[in-house]
Design a protein around this ligand. Structure first.
Ligand code: MSP
Length: 513
C-alpha cells in the first residue's frame, strides 16, 4: 500500500484558503500555529517543509468573482495575493505557497483522479440532492431545514440548492471498516481526543459513496477522462498536500523526504474532509495517509460568532498595524488552548500585551541589560560562587526547553507559553530578591554572578521564544550580542563567552495605552 518510505523530513500544512473573500483572523490563526511548529522544528535542526496556499476553484469562488464584476483569473490572483501578503505580515516562514490554479497542482490532481479511476474506486452515476455553496458540500436530506417560500438551508442557516446531474462517485462506502481499523491502529491520527471520538462515531454510522465531480459548473479542474465534468472542489483541494511535494513524481526528493505529512492543521469545521475522505482517498490510491489531523477551535469576536452579515469580521492586517506582529502572535497562541474555541476581545489582547510582553518579558530584559550596561560597562560579567537561590533559578531555566518542547510537539502552544512565563516570573522574583543594583558597592562579586545568571536567562528565553515572537526575539538576540542562528534548540547550550560586550539596551515592547 505504501508509496513512500519517508526518510527524515517534517511536513506541516495549513488548509488552503478559499479566495472568495478577504483574509480574517481564523485564517491567520491556523497559519500562525503552523509557523510556530515549523520554526520550532527547524530550531531542532529537523528538515522542515511548511506549506500554505489558496483554494481557488469551485462554485463559491466563481460566484464571488462574478459579484465583483471581475474575470475569475484576475479575481483569484488578487485575493490569493492578499493571502500571500497576510502570511508575510504575520511573519510566517512557509517554504511554499500553493495555488490550485497552478499547472503543477492541476497535473497532480488529474493524476490522482486517474489512479483512483484505474483502481476502480470511481464510477459514474447520477447525483440527486442538496448542495451547500458556503461549505462546498453535499448535504444529507436529514440535515436540511425547510423554510418559507420553498427555501432550504443547513441547520445553521446556509442556503442550499437542489442538484440533479450526472456525477462520478468515489466508493467511500467500501472504506468504512478500513477507516475504523486505521483509527484504531493510529490512535494519534485525529487530535484532540474529542474530535477523534466524533469522527469515529460518524464513520460507525455508515458511509455513503461520495459525489466527486460536477457538471453544472466550469470553474474547476476537468476530469481527465471526461471534460464535461470538473473535479469536485474538495477532492481538488485536498490533493494540494501532494502536489506541493512534486506528486505524481513520487521518486522526487521532496516527496520521499516529506510524505506522509506529519500534521495537517485545520479548523474543526473541515475535519470530516480531512479525517474521513482524505485518508480513504489516499488508501484507495495506494498512498500512505498523513500522520495526524489536528483540528483547532473557532474564534468568536467579543462573544459573538464572526460573520460577514454581522459585520464583525476581524481584519488581521489592521490588528498587526495597531499592535505589531508579535502581539498578535502571542495573543492567539496564548489566550486559548489549541483545540478549544476562544473569544477575541480588545481588552484581553491589551492586557496580555501589557501584562506579559511589556511588563513580564520586556521589563526583565530592560532591568538586566540596563544593569549590565551601567554597572559592568556593558560587559557580561563572569560567574562566581553560587548560592542555593542561584541554583534554583538555573534548575528552572535548564528544565524549560524540555518541558516547552514537549508541549509544542503536542501543539499545546498555550501551555508552552505558560511554562515559559513561569520562568520569567521566577526571574523577576530572583532579581527583586537579589537586588543586584545594591550589590555594586557591597559585593561586586555577587552582583557579577547574579547578572551573569540573568543574562543566561535572557539568552535562553530569546532562543525558546523565537518561534512565537520572531521579531522581538531577533531584537533581543542583537541586544544580547548573540550572532544569528548561533544557538539552536538542537545543540547543548554553549557557555556564555567571557568578556562579551553588549550594545546599549533598547525597549523591547513599548507599552500600549
Ligand atoms: N478551502 C477550504 C480548505 C481546504 S483544505 C484542503 C476552507 N477554506 S476557508 O478559507 O473557508 O477556511 C480555512 C480555515 O479557516 C479553516 O480551517 C477554518 O476552520 C478556519 N476558520 C474560519 N473561520 C474561523 C474562525 N472564526 N476561527 C478559527 N478558525 C476559522 O475551508
Amino acid at each position: 500500500m505504501v508509496e513512500s518510505a519517508k526518510e527524515s523530513g517534517c511536513y506541516i500544512t495549513t488548509p488552503i484558503y478559499y479566495v472568495n473573500d478577504v483574509p480574517h483572523i481564523g485564517h491567520a490563526y491556523t497559519s500562525l500555529a503552523c509557523d510556530v511548529l515549523a520554526r520550532f522544528h527547524r530550531s531542532q535542526r529537523h528538515k522542515t517543509f511548511f506549506l500554505t496556499g489558496t483554494d481557488e476553484h469551485g462554485l463559491k469562488v466563481e460566484t464571488s468573482a462574478r459579484k465583483a464584476g471581475m474575470k475569475i483569473k484576475d479575481f483569484t490572483d488578487q485575493v490569493s495575493g492578499n493571502f500571500q501578503r497576510l502570511v508575510q505580515e504575520l511573519g510566517c516562514s512557509n517554504d511554499d505557497f500553493i495555488r490550485t490554479t497552478q499547472s503543477r497542482h492541476i497535473k497532480a490532481a488529474q493524476h490522482f483522479w486517474r489512479v483512483l479511476e484505474e483502481k476502480g474506486e470511481i464510477y459514474i452515476g447520477r447525483y440527486r440532492g442538496w448542495y451547500c455553496m458556503r461549505d462546498e458540500n453535499f448535504v444529507a436530506e436529514s440535515d436540511v431545514i425547510k423554510g418559507d417560500n420553498d427555501t432550504h438551508t443547513t441547520t445553521d442557516g446556509a442556503p442550499l440548492q437542489w442538484l440533479e446531474e450526472d456525477s462520478y462517485f468515489f466508493r467511500l462506502s467500501q472504506w468504512q471498516e478500513k477507516l475504523l481499523e486505521f483509527y484504531r491502529t493510529h490512535p494519534h491520527f485525529i487530535a484532540p481526543e474529542t474530535r477523534r471520538n466524533e469522527v469515529i462515531r460518524f464513520v460507525e454510522g455508515g458511509l455513503h459513496d461520495l459525489s466527486v465531480s460536477r457538471t453544472g459548473i466550469s470553474w474547476g479542474i476537468p476530469v481527465p477522462s471526461n471534460a464535461s465534468h470538473v473535479i469536485y472542489v474538495w477532492i481538488d483541494a485536498l490533493t494540494n498536500y501532494l502536489s506541493a511535494l512534486g506528486y505524481p513524481n513520487t521518486e522526487e526528493d521532496s516527496f520521499q523526504q516529506f510524505w506522509p505529512a506529519d500534521v495537517h492543521v485545520i479548523g474543526k469545521d473541515i475535519l470530516r474532509f480531512h479525517a474521513v475522505y482524505w485518508p480513504a482517498l489516499l488508501m484507495a490510491a495506494g498512498i500512505e495517509p498523513p500522520k495526524q489531523i489536528f483540528a483547532h477551535g473557532w474564534w468568536t469576536n467579543e462573544g459573538k460568532k464572526i460573520s460577514k452579515s454581522l459585520g464583525n469580521v476581524i481584519d488581521p492586517f489592521a490588528l498587526i498595524d495597531t499592535w505589531g506582529q508579535d502581539a498578535i502572535r502571542y495573543f492567539l497562541m496564548r489566550e486559548v488552548p489549541f483545540g478549544m474555541d476562544g473569544d477575541f476581545s480588545r481588552q484581553a489582547l491589551r492586557s496580555r500585551f501589557n501584562g506579559d510582553l511589556v511588563h513580564g518579558l520586556g521589563n526583565l530584559a530592560q532591568r538586566v541589560l540596563t544593569l549590565i550596561q551601567k554597572n559592568c560597562a556593558g560587559i557580561v560579567p563572569d560567574i562566581g560562587a553560587e548560592t542555593s537561590e542561584d541554583r534554583h533559578m538555573k534548575d528552572a531555566l535548564h528544565a524549560m526547553p524540555i518541558i516547552v518542547g514537549r508541549h509544542i510537539e503536542n501543539l499545546a502552544f498555550s501551555r508552552a507559553l505558560e511554562e515559559i512565563w513561569r520562568v520569567i516570573a521566577a526571574a523577576n522574583r530572583y532579581i527583586d530578591a537579589q537586588a543586584p543594583w545594591r550589590l555594586k558597592k557591597e559585593d561586586p562579586q555577587r552582583m557579577a554572578t547574579v547578572l551573569h545568571i540573568l543574562y543566561d536567562v535572557l539568552r535562553r528565553l530569546s532562543v525558546i521564544l523565537a518561534p512565537f515572537l520572531p521579531t522581538g526575539m531577533k531584537k533581543l538576540s542583537e541586544q544580547l550580542a548573540i550572532p544569528e542562528g548561533s544557538i539552536t534548540l538542537a545543540d547543548s547550550w554553549p557557555a556564555v563567552p567571557s568578556g562579551l560586550v553588549l550594545p546599549p539596551p533598547a525597549i523591547l515592547y513599548p507599552r500600549a495605552e
